[in-house]
Design a protein around this ligand. Structure first.
Ligand code: AMP
Length: 276
């Protein structure tokens, strides 16, 4: 069945998902099996999602069970909903901060770019509909005054690029000491863009609650899992479950890919040899 998004999600059922880590809760078969609050089920219906993607089937039960998670997954896998749904579920049970000049968000989502932060916030608005949770987006390169006004109207979930968030903290307009749920999206891209110092300052150097005593739950998403990401995961996550999600349309196991570097002047000869 073709979904509204134009993505054929039936193909997803064949995507391999691997988990490792202590006592991973089993995946759910469908949205009903995720046992989400009614308001979220209604918003999932409004979004036109018929069934969860593999990453959602795995990630939501793990996160609702209170576990930290490191997921290797690409854009297009449905990863945004896979962290928003458990995040909003958790926030429904927490008293919201009243609107004020200084924001005390309950959840923080860090992402590398203006485009991705806006996309995540739009998705968050869909799922927060009639839930009493208010998401706000902040990113660099845009007038901070508009963003400050938006924050003053109330902010339960902040979706931010790291640089702009540090700016808001330095201006005394945001505290992280009520953060109960932290998500790092596209962590490898954030590191490629040189955001590690800001990310470490946000997570370890300000007033964010520690993950060690259970007062903060954390999820990290990254397309790749190099050493630097493994180090971040070790520092930011507690007793976490690792999840690797395959890719739609990735190379079939019977096809071997080979990369050959060829000088320009012999390219034609090499191509002819390959085609013979
Ligand atoms: P993402 O990987 O989070 O960027 O999601 C890719 C696209 O798939 C977005 O347009 C989502 O709105 C859509 N999407 C995510 N989960 C589902 C689902 N369970 N059913 C249908 N569409 C979905």
């Amino acid at each position: 069945m073709e979904e509204k998004t134009g993505i054929n999600f039936d193909r997803y059922d064949n995507i391999p998902v691997e988990t490792s880590g202590r006592d991973a809760p089993p995946p759910a078969a469908d949205f009903a099996g995720l046992n989400l609050p009614e308001v979220l089920n209604q918003n999932i219906q409004l979004a036109g999602y018929a069934k969860p993607t593999p990453i959602q089937k795995y990630t939501v039960p793990i996160s609702i069970a209170g576990r930290d998670l490191m997921a290797c997954a690409q854009t297009g896998s449905g990863k945004t909903a896979s962290f928003l749904l458990p995040m909003i579920t958790k926030l429904l049970g927490i008293e919201k901060p009243p609107p004020a000049r200084k924001a005390y968000p309950l959840a923080l989502i860090l992402s590398p770019t203006r485009e991705l932060t806006s996309q995540i916030c739009n998705e968050a608005k869909k799922f927060c509909y009639l839930s009493g949770c208010r998401p706000v987006v902040v990113y660099g390169g845009a007038d901070i005054r508009d963003q400050l006004r938006d924050l003053e109207r109330g902010c339960d979930i902040v979706v931010a690029t790291p640089g702009r968030l540090v700016d808001l903290i330095e201006r005394g307009r945001m505290s992280l000491n009520r953060i109960a749920f932290l998500t790092l999206d596209e962590a490898d891209r954030m590191l490629d863009m040189g955001f590690e110092p800001q990310i470490r300052r946000i997570v370890e150097g300000e007033d964010m609650p520690s993950h060690r005593n259970g007062s903060r739950q954390t999820m990290m998403f990254s397309a790749t899992f190099p050493k630097e990401i493994q180090r971040l995961a070790a520092d930011f996550l507690y007793d976490y479950i690792f999840l690797a999600v395959g890719r739609v349309g990735s190379t079939h196991e019977n096809i071997t890919q080979r990369v050959e570097f060829v000088d320009d002047h012999i390219k034609r000869d090499v191509l002819q040899r390959l085609l013979r």
